[in-house]
Design a protein around this ligand. Structure first.
Ligand code: FE
Ligand code: FE
Ligand code: ZN
Length: 230
């Protein structure tokens, strides 16, 4: 039995870089598991003994094994994004301090408030699962935050640094969009409807934040272009 999880296209509203998102990604889970019909001492019997469980029972066992593996993966990803969101509540204020454009600072302020809400939502999800909220260092987000810091140090204050902050910010948003998109799909596959809805709200806010940064970037470019014409 091969169970396939279809990761839906969460990006259909974005009309840029859309080639990256057009094709749904198929994850094949535990396809090798069913092939292991070892009799316990390492050798594989060609015909199962008569006392073996009926096929349908084996299939459902494999199904629940896959489900518990997916549940573990889901919880690992949740710990990862929990660390990432908490790290962002500390990183975004630095980006706000470094921003020159009022639009950019306002967009970051608004998203900082949302990010605090994102932390609370992940805690809510852990609670629903009956688990203690635990963070596991997300190396990817740590790297993205480090890069943002380097950009701010390297770029001259003003529109250049703003452009760098937008660039770093959008990389962060895209990481979050990918994470929450996957988490929502896993939740759906696991039949966790309430959790899927909670994380779906965050996913929508990450997408909106990304779009807002694009808007800020476009208006900044327009302003720069207008100055060049003068
Ligand atoms: Fe977030
Ligand atoms: Fe991560
Ligand atoms: Zn975000």
């Amino acid at each position: 039995m091969v169970s396939s999880i279809l990761l839906q296209d969460h990006h259909e509203k974005n009309n840029y870089n859309s080639y990256l998102y057009k094709k749904p990604i198929i994850i094949k889970l535990a396809t090798t598991m069913e092939k292991k019909t070892s009799n316990g001492n390492g050798s594989v019997k060609k015909s199962a003994p008569k006392t073996a469980k009926p096929k349908s029972s084996n299939a459902s066992e494999n199904g629940s094994m896959q489900e518990s593996q997916l549940m573990k993966l889901f919880q690992d990803e949740l710990k990862d994004i929990y660390w990432a969101e908490k790290a962002l509540t500390k990183a975004i204020p630095k980006m706000i301090k470094n921003a020159t454009s009022e639009d950019l600072a306002a967009a970051l302020e608004a998203h900082l408030e949302e990010t605090q809400e994102h932390v609370a939502r992940v805690e809510q999800v852990f609670e629903i699962l009956g688990k203690t909220a635990t963070a596991k260092k997300c190396e990817a987000m740590a790297g993205l935050i480090e890069e943002a810091q380097a950009i701010m140090e390297d770029c001259e204050e003003g529109s250049m640094r703003d452009a760098g902050i937008i660039s770093a910010g959008q990389k962060v948003e895209h990481y979050e969009i990918a994470s929450y998109g996957t988490l929502c799909q896993f939740a759906e596959t696991l039949g966790l409807e309430e959790i899927k809805n909670i994380l779906g709200q965050t996913l929508d806010e990450e997408k909106a934040a990304d779009e807002k940064l694009s808007e800020v970037a476009e208006s900044a470019i327009n302003v720069a272009a207008a100055h060049e014409q003068e």
